[in-house]
Design a protein around this ligand. Structure first.
Ligand SMILES: C[S@@+](CC[C@H](N)C(=O)[O-])C[C@H]1O[C@@H](n2cnc3c(N)ncnc32)[C@H](O)[C@@H]1O
Length: 175
């Protein structure tokens, strides 16, 4: 019996390798001024270039109005375990925030899928910097991914109503 090769290397404590499946092209070159979540992105459009060797995996993506993008926050500052997040004035644990300076700098954005042509997706509602390496795409499924009544901890207090990033996590200054 030949066993299919799994992902055993991923259980090791000392890390593992991941290969980007594409790259995200967006209008945003700097952290400051970029929307902090897709819901505040007012339709900001861009494209997702999926590398040709992964193109076959895009089959049947048409029909999903939204998709999850998982990507490397490749310009994030060094990780910190406590941060003052965009929507508060006091420190919070990094895992209770969506701040970019995480131990594993992975971003998660639910964007609008406008079209698929060959290996290029046109998307809207981007909160992502240009050139971010794409790690994965998953369909957003209303029945799986939506819990509208779920509590949101400190964010429910709505202390700060910021919608676009300020300079606090900048690594790229203005031009
Ligand atoms: C608060 S984070 C949230 C990202 C994602 N929606 C999430 O929840 O994981 C969004 C901010 O991260 C910054 N950002 C986006 N792409 C980045 C990248 N590739 N490297 C570093 N920072 C990035 C931008 O300033 C943007 O406003």
């Amino acid at each position: 019996v030949v066993k299919e090769q799994g992902h055993d290397n991923m259980s090791k404590q000392d890390g593992f390798a991941m290969k980007p499946v594409g790259v995200i092209h967006s209008p945003f070159a700097h952290q400051s001024g970029t929307p902090i979540q897709p819901v505040f992105a007012e339709g900001a459009q861009g494209t997702i270039e999926v590398y040709p060797e992964y193109k076959d995996g895009l089959l049947d993506l048409v029909g999903f109005e939204r998709i999850w993008l998982l990507y490397l926050l490749h310009c994030a500052p060094p990780s910190r375990l406590r941060v003052i997040p965009y929507r508060d004035k006091v420190e919070r644990g990094i895992f209770a925030t969506r701040a970019p300076c995480r131990p594993n700098a992975i971003g998660l954005s639910c964007v609008r899928l406008l079209g698929v042509a060959e290996n290029v997706l046109t998307v809207a509602d981007l909160d992502i910097l240009d050139g971010s390496p794409l790690l994965d795409i998953k369909p957003y499924v209303r029945d799986f991914d939506s819990f509208p009544a779920a509590k949101a901890g400190w964010l429910d207090a709505r202390r700060v109503n910021l919608t676009h990033a300020d300079e606090r996590f900048d690594t790229r200054g203005p031009e």
